[in-house]
Every structure is written in structure tokens, then in C-alpha cells.
Design a protein around this ligand. Structure first.
Ligand code: FEO
Length: 161
């Protein structure tokens, strides 16, 4: 595989693992506040992000390129509110989408069709991820820290499979 492309794929693995840790940290924050539905939702989201990282990890190995497991920055530990946390989820997903789009552009410019195909899965996935994050954020904006609204949303998020 092209060296520059392999390097950028590797950096995407790091970003996905950072996302996983960010959402796990958020899960801990909500659990500490007894918002167990939010905590559950974010824990599952954390697992999904780790799976994204591993998908690229496995792809690199399949292509004969050894992935490097790099240092991951520590995510924040606390947020001002549920709204504040989900503002971060949404803006973080937008950053990930930009990163995937740049990676896809690079794969196209290197004429690496297999990597292009692999990355298109992530393009579709990001549409879903942004839509879900945006929906939850909009609901939190409406709730505006109203305890009853937060309680109801928390109860509902417990059911994510
Ligand atoms: Fe793997 Fe939510 O981006």
C-alpha cells in the first residue's frame, strides 16, 4: 500500500480509538450522576468506535501493512451538562466525517480502489452517526436541562441494543 495512505489510515485508527475513549469517559460521567440510560448509550457507542478502529486495523493487515498502535490523548472527564456533552458528541462526529472524507480523497488520488471501497462504508456510517448525534442534541436543546425531560430521555436511552 502507498506509504502516505497507510500513515493516514493509521492515524484514523488512532482517531477512532480516541472517539471510543471519549464516549467511555462520557459514559463514566453520566453513570456517576445516575443517568444510567445515557451511560449505557455512550458505552455502546464507545464499543462501536473501537470496532471502527479495528475495522481499519484489520484492513491494513489484510493489505500487508503493519498498523502502529499509537498513544491516545486523554479525553475530558467532565462536562457542564448533558447538553454540553452531546454538543461535543455532535461536533466530534463532524470532525470524524471530515477526516474520513479527506482519507477518501487521498485514496482516490492514489488510485487505490480497494481502500476507496473500504472507506465508502465509513462515509455511509458517518451519515448515520451524525444524524443520531444531531437528533439527540436537538432533543437536549428542547429539554434545556429540565429534570423531568432528562429523566424521560435517560429511561428511553436504556433500551439501545
Ligand atoms: Fe467512528 Fe463515530 O466515528
Amino acid at each position: 500500500m502507498d506509504k502516505e495512505l497507510a500513515l493516514e489510515l493509521n492515524s484514523q485508527i488512532t482517531k477512532e480509538i480516541y472517539s471510543s475513549n471519549l464516549y467511555l469517559a462520557m459514559s463514566a460521567y453520566f453513570a456517576a450522576k445516575n443517568f444510567n440510560g445515557f451511560a449505557h448509550w455512550l458505552r455502546l457507542q464507545s464499543q462501536e468506535e473501537l470496532a471502527h478502529g479495528l475495522k481499519i486495523f484489520d484492513y491494513m493487515i489484510l493489505r500487508g501493512s503493519q498498523p502502529i498502535v499509537a498513544q491516545i490523548n486523554e479525553p475530558p472527564r467532565t462536562w457542564d451538562s448533558a447538553l454540553d456533552a452531546f454538543e461535543m458528541v455532535y461536533s466530534h462526529e463532524q470532525l470524524v466525517t471530515d477526516s474520513i472524507n479527506n482519507l477518501l480523497e487521498l485514496a482516490i488520488s492514489k488510485r487505490d480502489r480497494a481502500t476507496e471501497n473500504m472507506l465508502r462504508w465509513f462515509v455511509d456510517e458517518q451519515v448515520e452517526e451524525e444524524a443520531t448525534a444531531s437528533e439527540l442534541l436537538e432533543r437536549l436543546r428542547l429539554i434545556n436541562d429540565n429534570p423531568q425531560g432528562l429523566f424521560m430521555m435517560d429511561r428511553e436511552l436504556k433500551f439501545r441494543q
